[in-house]
Design a binder for this molecule. Structure first.
Ligand code: ADP
Ligand code: ZN
Length: 345
């Protein structure tokens, strides 16, 4: 068991890695508890939730919406939630995002905790304190910064993940490694099949290492005024591809990482060999290194990049790489990004 503390302006969060879901009750304060989950997770793990009310969302990204949010507010209203009610999200990134946003805004803020049940949510979405929903096709357009009181990561629940979900989480792990840990990158590169097979030793170490890196970045800059921007590596194109092509987040991030690496090479920042390593690793994890966006869909892709939150006037803050483990944030004119999308996608 490893506990990592995230000390941020909006609160202190304790992340318990390697803890069992069965120990959840010991983390939840006395009083009314409202669980928020989705139908798949409820069926698999609902019995371990402990006493309280449970709000069940439809599985999938469609719940990360005003409709999903309303469902949680309705459930809190029905449950007679007051300021002392504690909200626990048990599920993937979607559930954590919606429940965290709902809890942070209901009655101007209820305390909440997360039990992320996907690899993606354990290494990324569950920590950092960004909770939000998509709106009009733009990912995470509406949201808050608010730390959960705790995050409980139980490796055992990853055993029931559907095929594809593991690679989805590994994409985010490779991103984190590319930002801050050449050693973690090497380790996944040495045995991608072990990572895909959720080898307990490898995954245990890799989750802790990913969380340490993310926690340090979040502590330094919770509200993304500077340093935190590096966490967007692979996400400028990634988010656009995700909303335009409708692929899974991890697939979009995989392709986004390769794009960022190639663009870094093009700008003379990154040795071509490092971009090759990233491309090869993304492929060996079963993720697409390129997304075939058909020519007619390109304008929509560029449009989606333009709506990106990282945009500053006619430029976008883009995360480049100088080496594996060394990110660099620079503005790139939209026009250059657009031509890169044409050439590299
Ligand atoms: P992400 O964390 O990838 O953003 P979602 O919240 O959309 O993911 O969850 C992805 C899918 O996996 C959903 O259908 C969800 O119900 C399902 N799921 C989440 N956790 C588990 C688990 N531990 N075992 C099986 N299915 C799960
Ligand atoms: Zn992501």
């Amino acid at each position: 068991l490893t506990t990592i503390e995230v000390r941020a302006l909006s609160g202190v969060c304790r992340v318990h890695v390697g803890e069992r879901l069965a120990r959840l009750a010991s983390l939840v304060p006395a009083g009314l508890t409202v669980y928020v989950t989705d139908a798949h997770v409820a069926r698999l793990y609902g019995a371990s939730f402990g006493p309280g009310r449970t709000i069940v969302l439809e599985p999938g990204e469609a719940s990360k919406s005003l409709a999903g949010l309303e469902r949680v507010y309705d459930g809190l209203l029905d449950a007679g939630a007051d300021r002392d009610t504690f909200v626990v999200a048990v599920g993937g990134g979607v559930v954590c995002d919606v429940a965290g946003f709902a809890a942070s805004t209901y009655l101007r803020g209820l305390p909440f905790g997360f039990v992320p049940t996907t690899l993606l949510a354990q290494v990324d979405a569950g920590i950092g304190g960004k909770n939000g929903i998509d709106f009009r096709g733009v990912k995470n357009l509406v949201g808050v910064f608010q730390q959960p009181r705790f995050v409980l990561c139980d490796p055992a629940v990853l055993g029931t993940l559907p095929a594809g979900e593991t690679a989805n989480g590994l994409a985010e792990m490779v991103k984190t490694a590319a930002i801050g840990s050449p050693a973690l990158f090497d380790e996944i590169e040495r045995a991608p099949e072990k990572a895909l097979g959720l080898d307990p030793d490898l995954i245990g170490r890799a989750v802790v290492e990913s969380l340490r890196i993310k926690a340090a970045v979040v502590e330094a800059d919770e509200r993304e005024a500077g340093a935190r921007r590096v966490l967007n590596l692979g996400h400028t194109l990634g988010h656009a591809v995700e909303s335009v092509a409708g692929v899974a987040h991890g697939e979009a991030v995989g392709a986004g990482l390769v794009f960022a690496a190639r663009l870094s090479v093009r700008r003379g920042l990154l040795p071509a060999g490092d971009a090759e390593r990233i491309t090869t690793l993304v492929r060996r994890l079963g993720l697409p290194a390129e997304v075939g966006v058909p020519a007619p869909a390109r304008p929509a892709l560029v449009d989606a990049v333009r709506r990106d939150k990282k945009r500053v006037g006619d430029a976008v803050r883009f995360v480049f790489l100088e080496a594996i483990g060394r990110p660099l944030v620079r503005e790139i004119p939209l026009a250059e990004l657009e031509s890169a999308i044409h050439d590299l996608c």
